[in-house]
Design a protein around this ligand. Structure first.
Ligand SMILES: [Cu+2]
Length: 159
């Protein structure tokens, strides 16, 4: 009886999803915050964002436990890598957008000691359709793990 009921609801969910795009759900995954080994230098943040049923724009990433957070993009200008801050990032429906070394990334100043100690930072990704997705970014200390990143700024210019 219970089993039949759950099968019924499962098929109902399948019908609902298929009637709504391809069933894509806007979500944020693999959020990592790499602390700089140099005191006072910003941490760099990376994430993977999966587009939902409609095109949206990522307009802000915030956290209560940082001093400042910016979205940046690494540019290659005449063979010299540099970066600039960006105001928003388009997230097309059903597509994957990565924040990764050498590309789009988050620059984070003043990650709170409590978040560092517990190894996770609560962050909020805010989208143009007013979706707000809260995630726990994994805070990594460079040198403690296997990361090859030396420094947020150096990573940007090296890649
Ligand atoms: Cu940057």
């Amino acid at each position: 009886m219970t089993k039949q009921l759950s099968i019924f609801f499962a098929s109902l969910a399948a019908v609902f999803l298929s009637s709504c795009g391809q069933g894509d759900v806007l979500r944020v995954d693999d959020v990592v915050v790499n602390l700089s080994p140099v005191d006072g230098n910003p941490a760099s943040g990376y994430a993977t964002i999966y587009g939902g049923p409609e095109d949206v724009t990522l307009v802000s990433v915030t956290s209560d436990d940082v001093m400042r957070m910016e979205m940046h993009e690494t540019l290659d200008q005449d063979g010299m890598a540099s970066m600039q801050s960006i105001k928003s990032v388009p997230i097309p429906a059903g597509e994957k957008v990565k924040f990764e070394p050498g590309g789009k990334h988050l620059m984070i100043w003043g990650v709170g000691g409590g978040s560092v100690a517990q190894g996770s930072l609560k962050m909020l990704f805010i989208f143009s359709n007013d979706d707000r997705i809260e995630v726990q970014g994994i805070v990594k200390k460079i040198g403690a793990a296997d990361s090859s990143d030396k420094d947020a700024e150096n990573t940007d210019s090296a890649e």
